[in-house]
Ligand binder design. Structure first.
Ligand SMILES: Cc1ncc(COP(=O)(O)O)c(C=O)c1O
Length: 410
């Protein structure tokens, strides 16, 4: 036997050294004891804090009708589904939910995965392969990045939301590949900005590329009946092309049931062709146990409820605008968008930790977001708004930020 290059003990030392360097760079992560108290309050490390860290933007995770639906489906004798979907089949709760998603989104069909992560990895990996080109926004969520890598397509990352760069790259690479895909979050998960979907759509038309849009943070929050950014641009419609400027054939849409929908799971939706392809090729769906009925049932109720929440969506956007303006006036570095994800940029991971700790000491939970979740110079505090936050809670947050007075945030 030839000598191995490194020994077992070197492997463990390699892990220990890697963790140590994370610690030294203020990039240490730990799982703290925490429990939700209400849509806007959380107990973390034994202390009650106003919760600005949840993606449950519409408070549907706490909605009594969603909970009742969950509980009534949970009275069935079986808890887990027992097998992967093609083995255990589609129960009434699954069938109901896919119809609900498809009709909400105005599309033919949907497939429900066990998470949004699984939906994105499965969708991208299943449609793209070695001969293909993927253009991927630099700020895309990790599951889009992983799906791109798993596909083995040529992946070219374009600078965030830079459609000029995207056009140049399409012009340069498109003709060398069989199919091309442009992959983007529609609302970016850490910075809360909205992708330039209309221009991306034009470029997809011009260069004959397929768009893959992750509506994780847009579904429930943006567009008519909370249908997302594609719907807000009328891109998602299966209407004939002459009736609408956009066409569903250009886009594959993914999303999650875990954010504004307040439950858990993910989906891919589109034409029958797309969803039939998923059930043949999306490995994260085929080879993973089907979702429990109770959570599917709760998600159906949440999607039913959120469609009539346009006034709450308007209020959420108005609150987001007010808070962003207030922060800018106070000298904080943020950006003007209307989504409920508000970034407050800081100069370093240690600043992010320091301000987050100061806020916790003052009674507010705002997570510190550091690399590798964001680029090396992109540390921020991520404020997530919720329709249940009271004016007093929002005012208190601004005061606590002001009292932090870290030069880095100013
Ligand atoms: C943009 C985006 N897509 C997908 C996901 C994954 O969704 P899930 O948490 O349901 O796996 C997330 C979660 O953080 C996200 O932010």
């Amino acid at each position: 036997m030839t000598e191995p290059k490194s020994s077992k003990s070197e492997f463990w030392s390699h892990l220990a050294a890697g963790l140590q360097s994370r610690k030294q760079a203020n990039l240490w992560r730990s799982l703290v004891p925490a429990e939700g108290i209400s849509a806007t309050m959380i107990e973390r490390n034994g202390k009650s804090l106003v919760h600005f860290g949840s993606n449950d933007y519409l408070s549907l995770a706490w909605h009594p009708e969603v909970r009742d639906q969950f509980l009534s489906a949970a009275t069935k004798p079986k808890v887990g589904s027992g097998a992967s979907p093609l083995i255990c089949g589609a129960g009434p709760e699954y069938q109901n939910l896919v119809h609900q998603i498809a009709s909400w989104k105005g599309l033919d069909s949907a497939v429900v995965f066990s998470s949004g992560y699984a939906a994105n990895v499965g969708a991208i990996r299943s449609v793209a392969s070695r001969e293909d080109l993927i253009l991927s926004d630099a700020w895309n969520h990790a599951c889009l990045i992983d799906g791109c890598q798993l596909s083995r397509a040529k992946v070219v990352v374009y600078p965030h939301a830079d459609t000029d760069a995207l056009e140049r790259l399409l012009a340069e690479h498109r003709s060398n590949h069989r199919f091309s895909f442009v992959v983007t979050d529609t609302v970016f998960s850490m910075d809360g900005d909205v992708a330039p979907i209309a221009r991306i759509h034009e470029l997809c038309e011009q260069y004959d590329a397929i768009g893959i849009a992750d509506e994780a943070h847009a579904s429930g929050v943006i567009g008519p009946r909370g249908r997302g950014v594609l719907a807000a641009h009328a891109i998602d419609s299966t209407e004939p092309k002459d009736k609408t400027p956009f066409h569903a054939e250009r886009w594959i849409q993914t999303g999650t049931l875990s954010k504004a929908i307040g439950c858990s799971g993910g989906y891919v939706c589109g034409s029958e062709l797309v969803t039939t392809w998923m059930i043949h090729h999306a490995r994260s769906w085929i080879y993973s146990t089907a979702m429990p009925a109770a959570i599917l049932s709760a998600a159906s109720k949440a999607i039913e409820l959120l469609q009539s929440m346009d006034s709450q969506r308007l209020q959420l956007a108005a609150t987001s605008n007010q808070l962003r303006n207030r922060l800018l006036e106070g000298g904080f570095k943020t950006r003007l968008d209307s989504t409920p994800i508000i970034p407050i940029y800081v100069s370093s991971p240690s600043d992010a930790l320091r301000v987050s700790q100061h806020l916790a000491d003052s009674g507010y939970f705002v997570p510190a977001i550091r690399p590798p979740t964001v680029p090396p110079d992109g540390s921020l505090l991520r404020v997530s708004l919720n329709i249940s936050h009271s004016p007093d809670q929002l005012e208190g947050l601004v005061r606590a930020l002001e009292s932090a007075r870290p030069e880095s945030v100013r």
